[in-house]
Design a protein around this ligand. Structure first.
Ligand code: ADP
Ligand code: MG
Length: 336
């Protein structure tokens, strides 16, 4: 999907009202009846139809002809638009540049603020690749009215934002978080190569230890990255220091499968170093030892559960998000 930043400024007030009304109506309608959009926006029916037509031509909403009623749904284009407009109103993003990444569940763009400072915009898009797989397994979303893909994407972005902030505040090497709105986050642009692209390093052992140290530091703060691999570790172009990204799937060390996730993170690094740098070491962190060696004294360590509670996530939402991620990681990879 292409993002058109020049578009942000060219939307009339009435169009914006109708778009927002469609978004509000989506909270409890999969297809929002035109009459409801008119009611929420406070505009005349005829006027609303015309505006909806023009929003549909710009792919911000899509018309759906239901058996019982006609209506519209917000598209990802419309959702992107609303998020960008919010960021632009707050002056955190003024222009959108090139797309630099397409992940399994995200789109990454370079953006800039009014001063021309380059940043990274990450748009969460749950459901893009996994829709068919999940759908074929069971009608996941059918059971949960509130759990639309856009809603899930927003939760995912909010969760990533919460982690990025707390990690950054606690001195972990992660991009500086800048802003968040709906399903997107804005963060510092890191001048780096993903570890995946690095073919040789002067001291593989040194890098290996700093990555294992990071896993240990995470765990001692009560966290497991959960996707700690060569795609989510950036190597700074100037300092060669590792910077970690991609946090929506982080879990607590008190999660019932914590040890599994911990070992998987450790194993990812070991396997990659063996294959890529022909580097192997008998030294690697063990879950129980790491947890036991945690300095419990009066250390002011932070805990995932505390972070999550403070960010106001509902338990059901977290569960739904975890389930969706489980499907994405365990089902889609094999099917799609
Ligand atoms: P996904 O969830 O789709 O894997 P990531 O957060 O891992 O998304 O980002 C995908 C890619 O975008 C990364 O592998 C990296 O190349 C690039 N990227 C993401 N964030 C940044 C950043 N802050 N600075 C520079 N590059 C980034
Ligand atoms: Mg990633």
């Amino acid at each position: 999907m292409k993002l058109d930043a020049t578009d942000i400024r060219y939307i009339g007030n009435d169009e914006f009202r109708v778009l927002t009304a469609t978004e509000m109506g989506s909270k409890n309608h999969e297809v929002v009846p035109t009459s409801l959009i008119a009611q929420i926006s406070g505009l005349r029916n005829g006027g609303v139809n015309k505006i909806l037509g023009s929003l549909a031509r710009r792919n911000l909403v899509a018309r759906v002809q239901n058996t019982s009623y006609d209506g519209y749904r917000l598209t990802y284009g419309g959702y992107d638009y609303l998020a960008l407009r919010t960021l632009s109103k707050r002056d955190s993003v003024l222009s959108v540049g090139n797309q630099i990444g397409v992940g399994k569940e995200s789109d990454i763009y370079i953006v800039a603020d009014g001063a021309g400072k380059e940043m990274v915009l990450k748009i969460h898009r749950l459901g893009r690749t996994s829709f068919r797989a999940i759908k074929s397994k069971r009608d996941y979303l059918g059971k949960r009215k509130s759990a639309s893909w856009m809603y899930m994407s927003r939760l995912s972005a909010q969760r990533e934002w919460a982690f990025m902030k707390v990690l950054h505040e606690n001195g972990f090497p992660v991009p500086t978080p800048i802003d968040q709105a709906r399903h997107v986050i804005v963060m510092e642009f890191i001048d780096a190569y993903p570890l995946r692209q690095i073919t040789s390093v002067p001291h593989p052992g040194k890098l290996y230890s700093s990555l294992m140290d990071l896993i240990v530091r995470f765990a001692q703060a009560g966290l497991i990255h959960g996707d700690f691999n060569e795609f989510n570790i950036l190597i700074h172009r100037v300092t060669s220091e590792p910077i970690v990204i991609d946090f929506p799937q982080m879990v607590s060390t008190s999660h019932e499968n914590a040890e599994f996730y911990f070992n998987r993170d450790v194993e990812c690094i070991r396997t990659f170093f063996k294959r890529r740098f022909n580097y192997e070491s008998n030294l690697y962190p063990r879950f129980q030892k790491t947890i036991d060696s945690k300095d419990d004294g009066d250390g002011e360590g932070f805990r995932l559960d505390v972070v999550v509670a403070a960010s106001g996530f509902k338990k059901q939402d977290l569960q739904a998000l975890e389930e969706v991620r489980w499907w994405i990681n365990n089902v889609t990879l094999r099917i799609v």
